[in-house]
Design a protein around this ligand. Structure first.
Ligand code: 0O2
Length: 212
């Protein structure tokens, strides 16, 4: 496929990611104005690179003319939370919205992957308006704690380094790090209220919450 064709295919995905970043950042702002604490700590977004799309389509045996209907993570949003319970609050917020329709959900927190990966995935269908008309885009929203994100980023780069075959001794370390992060997330949850009080106090004192 020519580069120009790829650009035309990916433009609406780019629009979907940009619009959703604005919308989720606005949720953060609304929470901060209301009580200083937001269940979303950070909003990230990306459109999958052309080479990653081709690799994934080949790996999954998807024909190039079917990628738009069968690859659901070309547009991706990542929402980082402080606490595990925030993840479920955020999933609830997404289900309630009228501008995106939930297509499917995967709870890799309750059922973590064999690799040790934990995260909550929601595929939503989101409509964008382009010069060619309205287009419905599938968007994969990954919701994770800071700890889950830390682990996933490290594991992802090791997958890249070892071309998908991480040596057994490194795998064992990753599993033990994943277990340590579960303990950390649980410990943080057990002092959830204390931490939120402290953060609200800090934000008011430092005047971080603006009046706008
Ligand atoms: P990238 O570069 O992050 O976009 P599959 O990809 O075949 O496992 P599927 O059905 O596409 O399965 O979706 P799944 O497993 O629900 O979610 C895929 C995405 O979740 C991956 O996208 C990763 O971002 C993340 N993910 C899933 N499993 C793991 C894992 O074991 N380790 C890490 N670090 N991330 C994981 P991509 O396309 O693989 O990568």
């Amino acid at each position: 496929m020519e580069l120009q064709m790829w650009k035309e295919i990916l433009t609406p995905y780019d629009l979907a990611v940009e619009e959703l970043k604005v919308k989720f950042n606005h949720i953060v702002k609304e929470y901060q104005q209301m009580n200083g604490y937001s269940p979303i700590e950070q909003v990230l977004g990306r459109v999958k690179s052309i080479s990653s799309i081709i690799d994934k389509a080949q790996k999954k045996g998807i024909d190039m003319d079917k990628i738009e209907t069968q690859l659901e993570d070309i547009a991706g949003i990542r929402l980082i939370c402080q606490f595990t319970e925030d993840i479920y609050t955020v999933a609830g917020l997404i289900r309630e919205r009228s501008d995106m329709q939930v297509k499917s959900e995967k709870d890799y927190i309750t059922h973590r992957k064999k690799s040790g990966y934990r995260s909550y995935h929601i595929i939503v269908l989101y409509k964008v308006e382009t010069i060619r008309g309205t287009k419905e885009i599938p968007v994969e929203i990954q919701i994770r704690t800071l700890g889950m994100n830390f682990w996933a980023i490290i594991e992802h780069s090791l997958q890249y380094k070892y071309k998908g075959n991480i040596p057994e001794h490194v795998r064992a370390r990753l599993t033990s790090a994943a277990n340590a992060l579960i303990t950390l997330d649980n410990e943080m949850s057990s002092i959830h209220d204390e931490i939120i009080d402290a953060q609200n106090f800090y934000m008011v004192k430092a005047n971080i919450v603006s009046d706008i």
